[in-house]
Design a protein around this ligand. Sequence first.
Ligand SMILES: [Fe+2]
Length: 383
Amino acid sequence: MRTITLLQPGHILFGNGCADQCAEDLLARGYRRVFLVSSPPLVELGLIALLVSALEAGGAEVVVYAEIDREPTVSMAEVAIENARALNPDAIVGVGGGSAMDVAKVVAALHDGDQRVSDILGIGLLEGRRTFLACLPTTAGTGSEVSPNAIMLDEAANLKKGAVSPHLVCDAAYVDPMLTVTMPPALTAATGMDAMCHCVEAYLNLNPHPIVDLLVLEGVRLIGANLRRAVEDGDDLEAREQMALGSLYGGLALGSVNTNGVHALSYPLGSEFHVAHGISNAVLLPYVLEFNLSAMPDRYAQVARALGAEEGSAVEETARSGMDALKQLSADVGIPTRMSDLGVSREALPRMAEAAYTVQRLLRNNPRPMSVGDILKIYETAY
Ligand SMILES: [Fe+2]
């Protein structure tokens, strides 16, 4: 068995209402200048107001920076860092989906140092982080609250890139399912399928690990059984709770085993055509699974069982019924099935294949090696 390093926040709180604990914890640790990174809809929904008023009542100065209105670019993160510098914060809080949390992570790491955002794109390039960082996810989700990754569009290269560093793992994650109940159905579907991809790709992985297998197979089961319910009735708190748990499990896999071909092929759809991360993953998932099937049919069959799919007479048959179940889930929650439905132009496919091929940090986990030609073929089939 290979050696694995598990990276996760020192404190993970999970449960309905646990977000209320965040202000108290920050104040108890002595933090008095809090820079809060979030997104415009969350301010409108009032999700941040309680946290801000509790911090202010405790004597803290709070600057709310709710400017993360789309998947972040390097320059968006640079602007956020500039804004943080005016406060000289002693704690950073990210409240939102992966976009807001990723920016919060980068701000916490860079606001008081000399490194620029472009310096840390890659693996292990960040020198350190001195400022306390808390994350509160409002989707279920990206898993960013527990991962060592921050994903941003590098405008210079027109490519989505990841900053990956143990210093980007936050100090405290508050996973409160109640923060997700106001999420609209389409966002619930997209982020839920992203979480499903984290679990599936970590399980159907060239470098899996038994510790992570435990988490992500359960994640597949939870998301498979609850995503439809959460999309149909956002107030179904039980479904929201199970989704938050599944998302957390997927997130915990990101630092140690990570995703593979689906996420790698998905990035160019976001870079060039601004397709939402969860949507591009969900659309590509069946096509990448088809490509990888021959490498590990037994593991595919385990995914099928976790989804409650029909057991076939041979392992390949069971594997296929699991793939069908994933396709059906995606369709049931309203996600398109083809890249041509996403505003992607066919002429772009060859350069997208070249771009996806550069995401070797994920492709090296893919069960089967993927050449540029293989990637192009997958895109063409998915188009
Ligand atoms: Fe993802």
